[in-house]
Design a protein around this ligand. Structure first.
Ligand SMILES: [Fe+2]
Length: 190
């Protein structure tokens, strides 16, 4: 594991994501870079010591789509397990495992027990990661959460577990975005 100072965590995460995604899945890589950018923009709502954790989690949140990591097929779980094997902090592994409503997808695909081995933390850090993911298009551009939900439905189709899971997790997803919007408004007006 790299040294524990400065921004080693987000540097490691960016390099790891680039290695795993940029050549094989360029669109996913563009999305990832957009989510990391968004995370950097909203990090100010977090205590200083959590900002690098957020950006690092953003860089690696979708690495489970890389074919070398695909195991269960639930990308958040496969990504989190890789991060755990790589010795990354439990907090990052948990954030990635549960990002953007993954537990509802796991429940629909018989992987709830596996996902539950990772901590599903609540609070601003988790909300900020969900916000960054839910307000970034597949090509890495900023979009509204409503556009993002519509895009997910259109791209994946009604039978995809991620779309079916919206029936369970959409309120949770929207609420996390709303909470970060509120904090950002307060930060900019204060
Ligand atoms: Fe994502």
């Amino acid at each position: 594991m790299p040294e524990t100072s400065g921004t080693w965590l987000s540097d490691w995460a960016r390099n790891t994501a680039r290695r795993l995604l940029s050549a094989e899945l360029p669109r996913r890589w563009a999305h990832t870079a957009g989510v990391a950018r968004r995370a950097g923009q909203v990090a100010r709502v977090l205590p200083v010591e959590q900002r690098d954790v957020l950006v690092a989690a953003a860089w690696v949140h979708d690495i489970g789509y890389a074919s070398v990591l695909v195991d269960t097929g639930l990308h958040s779980l496969d990504g989190a397990r890789f991060l755990q094997r790589a010795g990354m902090p439990d907090r990052i592994c948990g954030l990635v495992a549960h990002h953007s409503g993954a537990s509802a997808v796991a429940a629909l695909t018989g992987l709830a027990g596996d996902l539950a081995s990772f901590d599903d933390e609540r609070g601003r850090l988790r909300d900020a990661l969900w916000y960054a993911d839910m307000t970034t298009s597949p090509d890495g551009h900023p979009i509204t959460v409503q556009e993002r939900i519509a895009e997910i439905r259109g791209r994946r189709g009604p039978d995809d577990p991620v779309v079916r899971a919206l029936a369970i997790n959409i309120d949770d997803r929207l609420a996390s975005v709303r909470r970060i919007h509120r904090l950002l408004r307060r930060t900019y007006s204060g």
